[in-house]
Ligand binder design. Sequence first.
Ligand code: PLP
Length: 296
Amino acid sequence: MPHHVLAMLNQPSADAPPHDEDAPAFEFVDPERPQLSAMDLGATRGDGIFESISVGDGKPQALDHHLRRFTSSARKLELPAPDEAAWREAILAAIDELQPGAEAWVKAVLTRGVEGDSRPTGWVYAAHAPDHSRTRIDGVRVVVLDRGYRHDVETTSPWLLAGAKTLSYAVNRAVAREAHRRGADDVIFSSSDGYVLEGPTSTVVFQRGNALLTPGTGLGILDGTTQANLFHYAESLGMTTGFELLTPAELAKGDAAWLVSSVRLAAPIRSLDGVDFPMNPVLSAGMNEYLLSLRH
Ligand code: PLP
C-alpha cells in the first residue's frame, strides 16, 4: 500500500458542472505525476482554499468542523460551495487507501480552476505525518511579528479574506523564515493595533490559573479545530474556557501557552521574544494524549 495517495474530484461543487459527465465522483491518480493545469488559478494566483486534517488509526480528526470551515472559506472567497458529501467520501477513501500508520494527515484543496472555465479544481492528498513527538514535549521558541492588519479587519475589510484558509500562504512561509533568522521556531502574529492574533499555521491557546483561553473569533483569524477540541478537554478536567482579546505583554504573564494545530497538535511555547516562558508539561502531555485519542 502507498505511503501517500492523491484523489482528484470530478465535481468538487454541486453548483458547477463536473469535469467529466461519465467519470466517478473521484479518481485515484499517481501523486508522483503532474495533475494540475499550468493555468489553474490555484497555482497562478493562490486563488483557492484548503484544509489540513489529522488522521490517527485511520480516522480523521474533527472532520465535520474541517468541512464546515472549508465551506465557510469558500463563501468568503465566493467560490462554488464544496459538495461536503463528495469531499467526505474522497477524504475517507484516501485514508483507506493509505498504508496504515500511527499518524497521517490529509490535505483537501479547492481552487477556482482554470480561468474562463467555470469548473473548480479539487483534490485530496493523504500522506504519513512527520514525527512531531519531540516538539510536543520540548516546545517552540516564538517571536511576535506584526501582521499589519487591525484586529477588526474581518469586519472592516472582508475583501482581505482574513479568517479564510486560502492557498495564499507565501506570507505564512515568509514569517517562518523570519522567525528562523531571529533564532526562533515559530511566530505569533499581532494586529497593527497591538493584539495577539494567531500563529501562521496555528491557534494561540493559553492557561491562566484554572482557565484555558484563546484570543477568540472575529479577529481575522481561523476558527481552530484543535483549539475547539482542547476546550472540550479542559472542560472535562474542570477548567473554565473562554475568549480573551489580549496584548503580547498580557500573554507573557500567562501560566503557560501553546500553539495548537492539526497534525503537530499542542506545541508548548518555551520562549516568547527571547524570554523563557513557563511550561506546564503535565497539561501539555494530557492535551496531546487527548488529541491523539480523539480521531473522529
Ligand atoms: N490558524 C492558521 C493560520 C492555520 O493555518 C491553522 C492550521 O493550519 C490554524 C490556525 C489551526 O487550525 P486547526 O487547529 O484547525 O488545524
